[in-house]
Design a protein around this ligand. Structure first.
Ligand code: SF4
Ligand SMILES: [Zn+2]
Length: 353
C-alpha cells in the first residue's frame, strides 16, 4: 500500500520518496535547489571546495520583460512562478542539511535571476538566506549575483554586515567586454559604464568582484571566441585594478540549454560547441592577467550539449581544467596533447570551426 505525506502543501508518495519519512528531508523535489555542485576552487591563493547552489525562484524579471532575456540563458526552464518565500528558504535549508558540507570553504548562492532584485527575492528572505550561511563555521567566501540595476551600496553593506569577516563576492554576468557581443548577440542589456559603476560601488562597500565571461557566444568561431574571452579578462582586470577591487573571472564555456535562442541556432546547424582545446588556450592566455577559473557546470541543462574534444582526451582535459581551478597552476595544461589537437588547430586556422 502506498503511504502519502503532505509537506509544504504538496502531497508525496512515500514509495517514490522513501526518505521523506525523516522530518528534515520533507522538502518536495520541486522545491529543492534547481542545481547544486561541489567542485574544487582556489580561495585567495589557497585550494578549497566550492558549493554552488542555484535556488529556484519565480524567474528572472529581466527575461520576463525582455522577450526571454539573454539568448543563451536556460534558467527559465527551472523557474517556479508560485514558489513563494518559504519555498525559497526551504531549498537552502535542504541543501545545508543534506549536502556534505565538510570541507566546503565557499558557497556560491545563485538564483534563477538576480539575488538583489526584491521582486525575485524579498528583502527579508535575502537577509535570512545570508544569515543561514553566516551560521556555517568553515565557509571563507560567499558569492551571490545580480544584474546591475538592483545593486545599491545599502544592499551590499547589509550583506557584508550579515556575513561578517568572510570574503563576500558580488557576481555579475558581463559575458563579454565587447559591446556588440554582449548587447546584440547575448542581449544582456548592460553597458560598460553601468558595469564600471557597479565596480565603483564594490570599492565603496568592500566586496570582491566575480565576473562571468562566456567562451564562444553564438556567431563567433573558435579563434574569435578565444580573442573575445582574452580581451574580456584583460578589460575586467583593468577596471578592477583601477578601482582597487579584488576580482575573479569565471570563464564559462557556452552550453546549449533548452528553449533558448541558442538552441534554435544550434538546431539549424549554425552553432558549434566550443572545443576544450580553446578553453585550455584561453586559460593559458589569461591566467597571468587576473584570477580566473573555468565554470564547467552546465546547471543540469545542457544534456551533453557542452564543451568537448575527442573521446580519447576529453576526460583528461576536464580533469586538468578542474585541477587548474584548484591550484591555479598551468604547467600541466601546457603539456597536454592528443592527436585531435592538430585537427582542431587546422580547422581553427582555416575558419572551419
Ligand atoms: S543570464 Fe541572467 S539576466 Fe540574462 S536572462 Fe538569464 S538570469 Fe536573466
Ligand atoms: Zn583528443
Amino acid at each position: 500500500m502506498l503511504t502519502y505525506l503532505k509537506a509544504n502543501g504538496v502531497l508525496f508518495c512515500l514509495k517514490d520518496h522513501p526518505n521523506m519519512a525523516k522530518p528534515k528531508q520533507q522538502v518536495p523535489e520541486r522545491t529543492r535547489p534547481a542545481f547544486h555542485r561541489i567542485s574544487p576552487v582556489n580561495i585567495n591563493g589557497a585550494p578549497g571546495q566550492r558549493l554552488m547552489i542555484v535556488l529556484r525562484t519565480r524567474g528572472c524579471e529581466y527575461a520576463a520583460k525582455n522577450d526571454g532575456g539573454c539568448t543563451v540563458c536556460g534558467f527559465a526552464n527551472h523557474a517556479l512562478p508560485g514558489i513563494g518565500d518559504q519555498g525559497i528558504l526551504d531549498q537552502l535549508t535542504w541543501a545545508l542539511e543534506e549536502l556534505p558540507l565538510d570541507g566546503v570553504d565557499e558557497i556560491d548562492l545563485l538564483t534563477l535571476g538576480s539575488f538583489l532584485n526584491e521582486n525575485e527575492i524579498a528583502a527579508p528572505v535575502r537577509a535570512e538566506l545570508l544569515g543561514m550561511i553566516a551560521g556555517l563555521g568553515g565557509v571563507r567566501r560567499v558569492s551571490f549575483e545580480s544584474r546591475s540595476e538592483y545593486v545599491t551600496a545599502a544592499k551590499l553593506n547589509q550583506s557584508r554586515a550579515i556575513l561578517g569577516d568572510r570574503t563576500v563576492e558580488f557576481g555579475i554576468g558581463l559575458e563579454s567586454a565587447d559591446d556588440h557581443v554582449r548587447n546584440h548577440i547575448i542581449r544582456k542589456g548592460l553597458t560598460r559604464e553601468r558595469f564600471e559603476r557597479v565596480v565603483a560601488t564594490l570599492a565603496q562597500t568592500g566586496l570582491d568582484l566575480l565576473v562571468y565571461l562566456l567562451i564562444k557566444p553564438p556567431h563567433l568561431g573558435e579563434a574569435q571566441a578565444i580573442a573575445d574571452a582574452v580581451a574580456s579578462v584583460a578589460y575586467v582586470a583593468e577596471v578592477a585594478a583601477r578601482h582597487g577591487v579584488r576580482a575573479r573571472m569565471a570563464l564559462e564555456p557556452v552550453f546549449v540549454a533548452p528553449n533558448t535562442y541558442l538552441e534554435r541556432v544550434f538546431q539549424r546547424g549554425e552553432y558549434r560547441l566550443v572545443n576544450l582545446w580553446s578553453v585550455v588556450e584561453v586559460i593559458l592566455k589569461t591566467h597571468a592577467l587576473g584570477n580566473i577559473f573555468v565554470g564547467l557546470s552546465d546547471e543540469d541543462l545542457a544534456r551533453n550539449r557542452t564543451t568537448g574534444s575527442c573521446p580519447a582526451c576529453q576526460d583528461r582535459l576536464v580533469a586538468e581544467i578542474e585541477r587548474f581551478n584548484h591550484t591555479l597552476d598551468v604547467s600541466r595544461l601546457r603539456e597536454l596533447d592528443c592527436p585531435c589537437r592538430a585537427t582542431y588547430l587546422a580547422d581553427r586556422e582555416s575558419g572551419r570551426i
